[in-house]
Design a protein around this ligand. Structure first.
Ligand SMILES: [Ca+2]
Length: 94
């Protein structure tokens, strides 16, 4: 949900983000509705903390292949039920 602090819309640098790191950045568990991806990066969004992939639909990989454009990904419009469910994230360069 957008609770007014825009925490869901933060830009995150490549790295691994578990729940504790989320919280330190002002992002709440199960609250992510959108994310900004830097050029030439990919992101793994996990429904579970600790990057746990227990079921086939627990993780989704999205990427921004553009060399120079940022890409906003809105989780509220897809049908993967990742909106307000994300508990850990990995971001890497491609
Ligand atoms: Ca979750």
């Amino acid at each position: 949900m957008n609770d007014g602090n825009m925490g869901w819309n933060k830009f995150l640098k490549p790295g691994s983000y578990d729940v504790d790191r989320f919280n330190s950045l002002g992002i709440q568990d199960n609250d992510l509705s959108g994310i900004m991806l830097a050029p030439k990066t990919k992101i793994l969004l996990y429904k579970n903390p600790g990057f746990a992939n227990n079921q086939v639909d627990d993780v989704v990989e999205l990427e921004n292949a553009s060399p120079d454009q940022f890409k906003h990904i809105c989780l509220a419009v897809n049908d993967l039920q990742f909106n307000d469910a994300i508990s850990s994230i990995r971001i890497s360069n491609i």
